[in-house]
Design a protein around this ligand. Structure first.
Ligand code: C2E
Ligand code: MG
Ligand code: MG
Ligand code: MG
Length: 286
């Protein structure tokens, strides 16, 4: 039982003071196991905005845990434990299902261009024999067209297992899109692009921060964007907080951006409000 075996090592992943001892960790883990089924998980959405026309082309599903005593917990406070305890399987299934049913209700970015929903997938989920089946079931059950779903994986996840790559390829033949998250921070970025039918890469926020101050970061961002564009892969910049960052990314040719400059991750109802408020001025522009 991995989480118990390295329980002491896990504690440091949590905010200081959140957990004191191993017994607390074990009960936290048990609570987490039940949270997925017990209605304590929420899925929030962060809009993704086109840098060509500023339309909202999609949104990323980001899980939160409404903890009975500790309030709203962010993924960094429980995903690592969920991954080592296996609870991520239930959490991931919940997020995927909710994301598909929510996304069905979203308006189109513009006529004929429906919004995509991005869902983060952990290595353990991809290792499961049932993964392909459960994704296809979520699509069928919700009625979400496969091409509107983007599965976000990190480079390491994809490179770890051939079976994972085969599962992703099967899903891609059904129309599902695959994106590489935190691109540029893992290993062998370039070979990932060769081994998989990827349609999106997400530039890690650290490059967005670095590119304005550090010429090396800027060159790396330019290279990733140019290479992706030649390969027919869309680029999305993460963690865009300022207008000068947006301007630089647009100049380089990044396709889309996501970050606090536009909107934080918000509950489904707030996303709908944000989209409605945003659509009004954009429609006037047309
Ligand atoms: P990620 O997929 O790279 O998601 C982007 C993270 O950046 C999110 O943090 C988002 O709230 C945050 N962010 C967005 N815009 C800005 C900005 O302008 N500035 C800054 N400083 N941060 C920004 P969040 O929601 O805390 O999620 C953290 C990570 O947890 C995600 O990173 C993802 O790897 C993981 N995660 C979230 N939801 C799920 C899930 O349902 N399943 C799995 N397996 N992992 C998840
Ligand atoms: Mg992500
Ligand atoms: Mg990311
Ligand atoms: Mg990230």
């Amino acid at each position: 039982y991995a989480a118990k075996a390295n329980g002491k090592g896990q504690v440091q992943l949590f905010k200081p003071g959140l957990l004191q001892g191993e017994s607390t960790l074990v009960s936290f883990e048990r609570l987490l196991g039940r949270a997925a089924g017990g209605g304590q998980l929420e899925v929030h959405y962060q809009p993704i905005v086109s840098l060509t026309n500023l339309h909202c082309t999609g949104a990323e599903a980001l899980v939160r845990w409404r903890h009975p005593e500790r309030g709203l917990l962010l993924p960094e406070e429980f995903i690592p434990l969920a991954e080592s305890s296996g609870a991520i399987l239930a959490i991931g299934a919940f997020v995927l299902r909710r994301a598909c049913t929510d996304a069905v209700t979203w308006p189109a970015a513009r006529p004929g261009v429906p919004m995509t929903v991005h869902v983060n997938i952990s290595a353990l989920e991809l290792e499961s024999d049932h993964f392909v089946e459960s994704v296809l079931w979520c699509l069928a059950d919700s009625g979400l067209p496969a091409k509107r779903l983007v599965l976000e994986l990190t480079e390491t996840v994809v490179l770890e297992s051939l079976a994972a790559v085969e599962r992703l390829k099967t899903l891609v033949t059904h129309g599902v899109q695959v994106g590489i998250d935190d691109f540029g921070t893992g290993y062998s970025s370039l070979s990932t692009l060769r081994s998989l039918p990827i349609s999106v890469v997400k530039l890690d926020a650290s490059f967005v921060t670095g590119a304005l101050s550090n010429p090396v970061d800027r060159t790396v961002v330019e290279a990733i964007v140019q290479m992706s564009s030649k390969l027919g892969i869309a680029t999305i910049a993460e963690g865009v907080e300022r207008l000068d960052q947006q301007e630089m990314l647009a100049l380089i040719g990044t396709d889309a951006a996501q970050g606090h400059l536009y909107c934080r991750a918000v509950p489904q109802a707030e996303l709908a409000d944000w989209l409605a408020r945003r659509a009004a001025p954009l429609l006037r522009e047309l």
